[in-house]
Design a protein around this ligand. Sequence first.
Ligand code: URA
Length: 434
Amino acid sequence: MRMYDILVKKRDGKVLSDDEINFFVKGATDGGIPDYQISALLMAIYLRGMTDKETLSLTKAMELSGDTVDLSGIDGVTVDKHSTGGVGDKTSLIVAPIVASLGGKVAKMSGRGLGHTGGTIDKLESIKGFNTSLTPDEFLKQVKEIGISIVGQTGNLAPADKKFYGIRDVTATIDSLPLICSSIMSKKLASGASAIVLDVKTGSGSFMKTLDDSRTLAKKMVDIGAMAGRKVAAVITNMDIPLGKAVGNALEVKEAIEVLKGQGPDDLTKVCITLSSVMIGFVTGEDEKTCLLKAEDAIRSGIALSKFKEFVAYQGGDITGIDDTELLPKAKFKYELKSQRSGFITHMETDEIGLSSVMLGAGREKKEDKIDMGAGIIIEKKTGDEVSAGDVLCVMYADDESKFTTSASRYLNALTIGDEKPDKKSTVLDIIRG
Ligand code: URA
């Protein structure tokens, strides 16, 4: 088999066989196929698309390109969640303890921030002492004992995805349905959970900008999961606006704790309750309404917060910052960004808001950059809110005062302020079940 012939076939819009896809994924992973041929095929897939059968075959080959996690030793239903990436998305920190407090087994591997989006592992590392690199045995032992563990993805989980993602990032081939679908699902299948709930974001802060594209992606991922023998559902949520008020690692941990204490913002609480209820449905088999009530009650009764504390303590984190969130890392400087005009916020370019937080030190501009854990933004006015000239739009936090000017100008450019109050969009837009 020759890579050249595979390129010609996809370039001309033909369907690749399982053997051809396996040949490509194996060669890309072991270095047998050079980056220029990998890039060419990724671009051909981007332009020509893939059938569902090809996408499944690509996903399976990527899943099996490295280690797979065996969770069969855990009693009960193992359930995982994955977000397609957003701004202010701290849902894993809230949903995982809710579900674990109700009997689900959450063995979760998470990532770091990427581009304008944040990552759960960076957020957890803002808790003093929290260890995100457990050995596989420690990880499994913890899930068996307390029902929850969240660790960084092991180096050899779906290595083909790591290779492709790096190339897609610099060849304008990220936003392709079969490539996103195989990227996410290969990692989730390799992570071993029997049930998976996907939070598919839609809008200006996500990789999928329209609801139609997000629905198509969600359906594809749910189908691929079912074909691979897993229970999968997708919740489509609004990312035309940052989720909650906090963007930035320690600020987001603080907001997640507020939700677990029943004092968080409504939009974030609603998304977390919905995701939790779908996960609980997979664990208990109960109907939607019962699962929603159980998720709400886990917050009201305090069992989800207790589970969060148990989880943080088990992984070496300092729990004093949970009781008193003033003890979480704080930036040295703060800056109030004020509105220059009056009106209504009609639109937020959410990815730009994520990037202005990255510029404050809350994310990485280059892979090796160090994150300032206390840096980020608290958003005071969001889409639909009325503002008067002089009102605080957001409060920015950074360890380096010189970062405020450029970040604030990027933030202001991301907002549209008009005279008409815009219609409010729901936070949860759809649920797609297999
Ligand atoms: N998240 C992933 O893991 N992969 C993609 O391709 C896009 C978002």
